[in-house]
Design a protein around this ligand. Sequence first.
Ligand code: TXA
Ligand code: MG
Length: 328
Amino acid sequence: MDIISKDVSKAVALLNADEIVAIPTETVYGLAGNIYSEKAIKAIFETKKRPFFNPLIVHIPSIDSLNSIVEYVPEKAQLLAEAFWPGPVTLVLKKKNTIPDLITAGKDTVAVRVPNHPITLELLNQLNFPLAAPSANPFSSISPTTAQHVETYFKDQIKMVLDGGACTSGIESTIIGFENDEPIIYRLGSTALEDIERIVGKIKIKNSVAEQSRSKKNIAPDAPGMLERHYAPKTKTILTENISKLLPIYKGKRIGLITFQNEIEDNSVEVQIALSKTGNLTESASNLYDVLHQLDKMHLDIIIAERMPDYGLGKSINDRLQRATADT
Ligand code: TXA
Ligand code: MG
């Protein structure tokens, strides 16, 4: 049975009946359920095989709903919500007691955002409850940016993928927490660091990959999207600054290459894809996961990815590539 459908009223009916539905957002597809339905939330964790210590993001239809989710909104959180919602910024704030512990993994904070996708905003407006929605992929694997990606992962486990086309931003939202009312980045993402700093000034990044490599693994991190190996293809994947130095080492292997902009002249490469021929980082971010999905299907021996420029969305893409290539 085809589970992909554009029928919003069908999604409404399923969600009202405590079922889970995959939904489009501007970043990646989410696996959504009623935040107040224990049955739906448990199904999200079970379907994804996600550990219960990893909390979910709550999706609301507009900034007006924020006060029903959180206890208190620091001034800079208000500024960020006004500047970026609807859009790919998630705020982690002190939760109201009415938010179930299952959503927040027992934390006293909750992650919340207003997604910027017309179909999902229409859906949220037709429901009497917000939607918890982690990315619609099995735990640690590549996030889905098309309805077909979700179908490939979960066709036997869920009843519906609400089709909203390919995600325009293509990597997850930027997550911002607050310590003593000051913002701090928990996860780099679709909203560039520089754009956030334009609103709230210089901001610290928590749990950077470098910092995490130094610390011991397997402790529940502040935002488990920060787990070292994440967003990972099944094919061995390497991130490099210098492709031409690396290629001779893998001579005779079936190599897939991901570059930023340029084409590399080398016969030993079986397939190569540039994320943006015009060198546009926004376009690169929107293509990243689809390219990883494509190459991962080809049964290559190795995927080699070129490091992006270290500014704007390049920083966020590098973060994802670094986690996709981390050793377990
Ligand atoms: O773009 C996105 O954010 C997508 C779309 C579907 O909205 N969602 C997404 O969800 O990326 P997920 O579950 O894959 O990542 C959510 C991240 C996790 O790393 C989780 O640890 C963090 O948000 N998170 C959720 N609640 C938190 C909290 N109370 N404190 C700190 N981190 C939290
Ligand atoms: Mg995820």
